[in-house]
Design a protein around this ligand. Structure first.
Ligand code: CU
Ligand code: CU
Length: 388
């Protein structure tokens, strides 16, 4: 089904051909033993991935038909014959990613290790109330190399915080003290670099602030200002360290809180599976097309608040588009009044925003990057609004 590279030079992108030369010369990262793993031995180009996901080719038609059927079954809507005939144009991967190790649906509503069983949670997170109403929040974060599945059968050799990509979402209230014991169990130097206010000695961005493999460092700062922030490794080369998976969301709540809502953390990310400086897989929370198969359940009329963070490397811009509803935007979450009401939000690398909406009608609402290519390569899904 997949075209041979020799017979089909058109499927080799410009980055890839440049990269192949370097690779043969042993100058690339995977030339030194790191490479993603697929159903075949060769590296995966962006266009090949489209084929792998069952898109855009005659051979892929069958595959995408299966994907489309699965989506239709999930949505309890059988496909019409007419639709089946055009299934080759459909989007979605065949098969499912094993979510035992990391479940994007659980990740949505988890912070401060709330997804871990009680006994285990205390190993990574402890909170101590203080007399003035603030908290001391203590975390154990470790860097570890781990292979993760980002699309059905596509395994990426990630560098992770606590074994997952994105790393665990950390959440505090303004004025709290955040204390993090960071242990580097990975094979490269890493750091924790937080967005927010802190002493420069806690910034984790200078060469002398790198934590060597086997080493550790204690980060401590006040949670300020309130808003939606994030953290990532700041070791060089920076884009490689971030792209490999070393990032996560950091939420700082205002002292007075925000209105009650169903809250969801969505980290937009991408994966360069062949290390050519170009992403082949895009997603929200890592697993391509996950929420096509498993829509995010929300309630009609209830306030839904999305903490949206863009940690996509290589592509300067990512975006979020919601069908059939609009949302209020709170850029960086540092103001309590919305500045914009829209259905499409564009964000640069490292930008983030809080989005709020209430779904009016029961049913499935598609969401995806408005860059169609990103959507086809994994960055799309559904909200499923159910009547309360
Ligand atoms: Cu790093
Ligand atoms: Cu940053």
């Amino acid at each position: 089904m997949l075209a041979d590279k020799k017979n089909c030079p058109a499927i080799i992108g410009k980055n890839e051909s440049r990269h192949m030369e370097k690779r043969m010369a042993g100058e690339t990262e995977e030339g030194r033993g790191e490479t993603a793993r697929f159903g075949w031995r060769d590296a995966l180009s962006r266009r090949r991935l489209v084929q792998w996901l069952g898109l855009g080719t005659a051979g892929g038609g069958l595959a995408s038909l299966a994907g489309l059927r699965a989506a239709a079954i999930a949505a309890d809507r059988p496909l019409s014959r007419e639709l089946e005939q055009h299934a080759a144009h459909a989007m979605g991967a065949v098969g499912r990613v094993d979510t035992t190790a990391f479940d994007p649906t659980r990740f949505l509503r988890s912070w401060n290790f709330s997804d871990r069983p009680a006994g285990e949670r205390e190993r990574f997170y402890r909170e101590t109330p203080r007399g003035d109403g603030t908290m001391l929040r203590e975390y154990e974060i470790f860097a570890v190399d781990r292979e993760i599945e980002i699309a059905p059968g596509v395994f990426f050799p990630a560098w992770t915080f606590n074994g997952q990509v994105p790393g665990p979402t950390l959440r505090a209230t303004e004025g709290d003290t955040v204390r993090i014991r960071f242990v580097n169990q990975g094979s490269h130097p890493h750091t924790l670099h937080f967005h927010g206010w802190h002493h420069p000695s806690m910034d984790g961005s200078l060469p002398e602030q790198q934590v060597m493999p086997g080493g550790e460092f204690l980060y401590e700062f006040e949670a300020e200002p309130y808003g939606l922030h994030h953290y990532h490794c700041h070791a060089a080369p920076l884009k490689r360290h971030i792209h490999k998976g070393l990032y996560g969301a950091f939420i700082v709540d205002p002292r007075a809180g925000r209105p009650a809502a169903d809250e969801l953390v969505m980290v937009m990310n991408g994966f360069d599976t062949n290390f050519d400086g170009d992403n082949e897989v895009y997603a929200v929370n890592t697993v391509a097309h996950h929420h096509m198969h498993e829509p995010i359940e929300v309630r009609v009329g209830e306030l839904v608040r999305v903490y949206l963070v863009n940690l996509t490397e290589f592509d300067p811009i990512n975006s979020f588009h919601l069908h059939a509803m609009f949302f209020d935007v709170f850029r960086t979450g540092t103001r309590l009044e919305t500045t914009e009401t829209t259905d499409t939000l564009m964000m640069s690398q490292g930008e983030r925003a809080i989005l709020e909406t209430r779904f009016r009608y029961p049913g499935d609402y598609m969401f995806h990057a408005h860059q169609s290519e990103f959507a086809e390569l994994g960055w799309m899904g559904f909200f499923r609004a159910v009547a309360s």
